[in-house]
Design a protein around this ligand. Structure first.
Ligand code: PGA
Length: 251
């Protein structure tokens, strides 16, 4: 049985005061409600403090990005070892905002994936098509290409300690989520692709859905057979709402 995972991607929001209130609110709201694994991904500068706030809970800590390099003259970058050092267990790689705004290529994302695993961080590999790509019937091609870039470098075995997040770009921050059926179609394709290479890993790899997940649509999305939880942006900034999404992921 795949343990559901709900990850909050705070993006570039918050402050020390706001974040502490959010985490405290979440700790209260989550107490009896959720058996899903819960992951928080604050901005880098708030990782340490967030980690301290959640240290007596089951909530996990993750970062939103990582440098592909190990150490050295890379001004402004943060290495996987540093993330590990401040308590992260997870890191997002290849979020669509990194790909689209900061020009991260499939090749760079694959290097980040490798860097994360080299420090025993679990990468959450984000994949997904733009609206143009979907309307052009290229969804499967794009998602396949993004996953193939990882398989080419790391092989299917690496997916045993990774999470995949399907996030259609047109659904992110737009209020327009993929329907459960649209998401399931892609999740099923991804799982089938992995399973064709390794049946055990195909059955066990967690595939999250992201893109306008809210308390009101989470249960329908998470009830689909190949959707193992969510990667949640905007709605993770509201403790009650995020806790309700986590509860919706419970089996
Ligand atoms: P959203 O963002 O939930 O605000 O659509 C999801 C994401 O970018 O991970």
């Amino acid at each position: 049985m795949r343990k559901p995972l709900v990850a909050g991607n705070w993006k570039m929001h918050g402050s020390r005061v706001d974040n502490a209130a959010l985490v405290r609110g979440l700790l209260d709201a989550l107490k009896s409600e959720s058996t899903a694994e819960v992951l928080l991904c604050p901005p880098y500068v708030y990782l340490w403090e967030t980690g301290r706030l959640i240290k007596d809970s089951d909530i996990e800590l993750g970062a939103q990005n990582v440098c592909a390099e190990t150490q050295g003259a890379f001004t402004g970058e943060v290495s996987a070892a540093m993330l590990r050092d401040v308590g992260c267990r997870y890191v997002l790689v290849g979020h669509s905002e990194r790909r689209q705004i900061y020009g991260e290529t499939d090749t760079l994302v694959a290097r980040k994936f490798v860097a994360a695993q080299s420090q025993k961080l679990t990468p959450v590999l984000c994949v997904g098509e733009t609206l143009d790509e979907r309307e052009g019937g290229r969804t499967v091609d794009v998602v396949t290409r993004q996953i193939d870039a990882i398989l080419a470098v790391s092989g299917v075995a690496a997916l045993a300690s990774a999470v995949i997040a399907y996030e259609p770009v047109w659904a992110i921050g737009t209020g327009r989520n993929a329907s459960p059926e649209q998401a399931q179609e892609v999740h099923g394709m991804v799982r089938g692709k992995v399973a064709a290479l390794d049946a055990t890993i195909g059955a066990s790899v967690r595939i999250l859905y992201g893109g306008s997940v809210k308390a009101s649509n989470a249960r329908d999305l998470f009830s689909m057979p190949d959707i193992d939880g969510g990667l949640v942006g905007g709605a993770s900034l509201k403790a009650e709402e995020f806790a309700r999404i986590c509860a919706a992921a419970d089996h």
